[in-house]
Design a protein around this ligand. Structure first.
Ligand SMILES: N[C@@H](CCC(=O)N[C@@H](CS)C(=O)NCC(=O)O)C(=O)O
Length: 212
């Protein structure tokens, strides 16, 4: 398996966590998205949406982190990243999508670049935008967790797809100085994840292309 990704990309980080949790080896192919390498050859010829991550596996090219993680979970069921019951799976997917579909699209690189380059927003306003959507999204995430039974991770006693999404979002939130106070269930799940080696091995500072 070859994972085209970038150390700081949270969508890439999600997939790295899933690979580590499942103990699957992979070739790390860096794509420097901050420099725009995802828009140029050779990556642009490989990736239809010119986004990272992209997983090459069994002659296929898989895009979209959530689709990749669900593929890995189906092909390598242990340890499971989705609960065995339909309601549980719906709840975990809802948590994961709260981050991947509600927070992340408003705050990813191309949106922030558009704010600055096309709309002429200054650095401080860009950061205010980031912090606003991230905080609002994490508060909604916390309210979802509050409706669930007490648990070590986002859902239950083992990490799931929801944790694969949460941890990279918290890393990014910290990079942009988002206020993370008053999110007890969210931050407890984050801390529980970060006590596991798989999350450590997947984190940006452990990546070969890390720039510190
Ligand atoms: N929904 C996609 C998001 C992919 C995405 O936006 N990736 C970012 C990095 S986290 C990217 O490639 N950004 C390049 C850009 O915005 O130009 C997924 O989950 O894989």
């Amino acid at each position: 398996m070859r994972l085209h990704n970038y150390f700081r990309s949270s969508a890439s980080f999600r997939v790295r966590i899933a690979l580590e949790l499942k103990g699957l080896g992979y070739e790390y192919i860096p794509v420097h998205i901050a420099r725009g390498d995802h828009k140029k050859e050779p990556y642009a010829a490989l990736s239809a949406d010119t986004l990272v991550p992209l997983l090459e596996v069994d002659g296929e090219k898989l895009s979209q982190s959530m689709a990749i993680i669900e593929y890995l979970d189906e092909k390598h069921p242990e340890p499971a990243l989705l609960p065995p019951d339909a309601v549980g799976r719906a709840k975990v997917r809802a948590l994961a999508q709260s981050i991947a579909c509600e927070i992340h699209p408003l705050n990813n690189l191309r949106v922030l670049k558009y704010l600055v380059r096309e709309l002429k927003v200054d650095e401080e306003a860009k950061n205010t935008w980031y912090r606003h959507w991230c905080r609002e999204g994490l508060e909604a995430f916390e309210r979802q967790l509050e409706q669930l039974p007490a648990s070590t991770y986002c859902y239950g006693s083992t990490p799931t797809l929801a944790d694969c999404c949460l941890v990279p979002q918290i890393f990014n939130a910290r990079r942009f100085n988002v206020n993370l106070e008053g999110l007890p269930r969210t931050m407890a799940a984050f801390d529980a994840c970060m006590a596991l080696p798989a999350f450590h091995k997947a984190q940006p500072s452990a990546c070969p292309d890390n720039e510190a």
